[in-house]
Ligand binder design. Structure first.
Ligand code: GLN
Length: 482
């Protein structure tokens, strides 16, 4: 019995039917991790504890909804007693004294956290090339990036090592790697999932979410991941619906917004063709296409690259070698301790963001950059509000193309930043958005983005699940159709 490429739903069945023991599952996961070492998807493994938990479930059969399900956790979530690096040298030796709420929620539901996945340093990147622990390889091609920043998570799921992984998305880091690795991932509404214990990059944009093989699995995981948390003041005090409830609702008469302001003409024909084929599929499921306008959409990347660095420069000021993490050994006095710890501990991309962030927040430039960006952010949010008075969801391609070669964009930050052209606006507006596999270009998977209205993850998951009930793009694996 192999567990490779199985979905969360299939795992639940295998476990409840006792087709395989919990311990066998975990042993198999670690064999798969070993077979796929070349991907560099994991930074730290949690083997001993995982086996113990599996043995516990074998001896004490559990009714918990995710009992025994192996999950890979992005190395940005604090895990008590288990090293948490955020992909950075500065946290190379950091072992948190507490566990992030979202991880606790998953573990309380029975999940087994098998290890911590590789990621761009402090979640800054779109290719997993900024990790201190080396880049991750895409299971669809050794020389290809998996996307980022949740690149290790996406690679681990795409390679069939685990059925699901946690990710975070500040400007696209769940959806873009999901697109490039041919899996499904959703960033829920800002505030749905507690950020407590999630190492902050840009606090007003960061949101955790599940990455899995199917929309149905994402719904199953979201049910457990979302919660109101008093420890996070931005956590929403809203009832968490059962996200599985509406998955099979017919799409007849539902409206899909198509963004007329999006200039698809400079995209590859193939990307446009894949996108349009998906729209036809939704039409054949009964949905209607409606033109909508998001006039300020083109400003989302520049707006993000003021707001996100500003927040990151503030959030990352806590890494100074005094309170936690790595401290430089070459210091004579306090000032050198700060300077050398940060100079040695942070990589180039993180330093670039801190510089930009400090600049846009500085006295002479605050009004011209930061304040202006916040104003534009509001305009973008208003555009979405108007659009959603007319449609149920909005669809765009997730990315401008499929996975690119490792090293091909690393020297050009602007090209790299444009990777998130289609994803960033949902973060600026705080809206839920999902990516699912909807085709191939040159044998490489690519994704479709579905953006939903505030708190309306259910509609997104409904569209995605109906699509996956009619198509089999999500069943393709790097080794063939599952
Ligand atoms: N690629 C974007 C960035 O580098 C988004 C990253 C993210 O969502 N964490 O900022």
């Amino acid at each position: 019995m192999t567990i490779k490429y199985k979905s969360v739903k299939e795992f639940k069945e295998m476990i409840s039917q006792k087709e395989i023991s919990n311990k066998e599952i975990i042993q198999e996961v670690f064999n798969l991790i070993d077979d796929n070492k070349g991907l560099n998807a994991f930074i730290t493994l949690n083997e001993e504890n995982s086996i113990k938990k599996a043995e516990y479930f074998d001896n004490n059969p559990s009714e918990l909804s995710l009992a025994g399900i192996p999950i890979a956790q992005k190395d940005l979530f604090c895990t008590k007693g288990l090293r948490t690096t955020c992909g950075s040298n500065i946290l190379n030796n950091f072992v948190p004294p507490y566990t992030a709420t979202v991880i606790e929620n998953l573990e309380n539901a029975g999940c087994i956290s098998v290890g911590k996945t590789n990621m761009d340093e402090f979640a800054m990147g779109s290719s997993n090339e900024t990790s201190f622990f080396g880049n991750v390889h895409n299971p669809w091609g050794e020389n290809l990036v998996p996307g980022g920043s949740s690149g290790g998570a996406a690679a681990a799921v795409a390679a069939g090592i685990v059925p699901a992984a946690s990710g975070t998305d500040t400007g696209g880091s769940i959806r873009q790697p999901a697109s490039l690795c041919g899996i499904t991932g959703i960033k829920p509404t800002y505030g749905r999932i507690s950020r407590w214990g999630m190492i902050a990059f840009a606090s007003s944009l960061d949101q955790a979410g599940p990455m899995a093989r199917t929309a149905e699995d994402c719904a199953i995981l979201l049910n457990e991941m979302c919660s109101h948390d008093e420890k996070d003041t931005t956590s929403l005090d809203e009832t968490v619906p059962n996200f599985q409830e509406n998955l099979n609702k017919p799409l007849k008469g539902k409206k899909i917004g198509i963004v007329k302001d999006l200039d698809l003409s400079n995209l590859d024909n193939d990307v446009v063709e894949v996108f349009e084929n998906s729209l036809k599929e939704f039409q054949s499921l009964g949905a209607d296409l409606v033109d909508i306008s998001l006039p300020n959409l083109a400003l989302s990347v520049p707006t993000y690259y003021v707001v996100a660095p500003a927040e990151c420069s503030s959030n990352l000021s806590r890494f100074d070698g005094v309170k936690f993490g790595r401290r430089s050994e070459h210091t004579k006095d306090l000032e050198e301790l700060y300077v050398n710890t940060r100079s040695e501990g942070f990589g180039d991309e993180v330093k670039r963001r801190i510089l930009i962030g400090s600049y846009v927040l500085s006295a002479g430039y605050y009004d011209a950059y930061y304040k202006k960006a916040q104003q534009v952010r509001r305009l973008i949010k208003n555009d979405f509000e108007n659009a959603f008075s007319n449609v149920d969801v909005i669809m765009t391609p997730t990315t401008r193309g499929p996975a690119f070669e490792i090293g091909s964009k690393g020297n050009d930050p602007i090209q790299m930043y444009l990777e998130d052209l289609f994803t960033i606006s949902a973060n600026l507006a705080g809206l839920p958005a999902l990516s699912l596999p909807n085709g191939f270009i040159d044998n490489k998977p690519i994704g479709l983005q579905i953006i939903g209205n505030f708190l309306d993850e259910s509609s997104i998951l409904n569209f995605a699940h109906m699509y996956q009930s009619e198509t089999n793009w999500h069943m393709h694996t790097p080794e063939g159709i599952k």
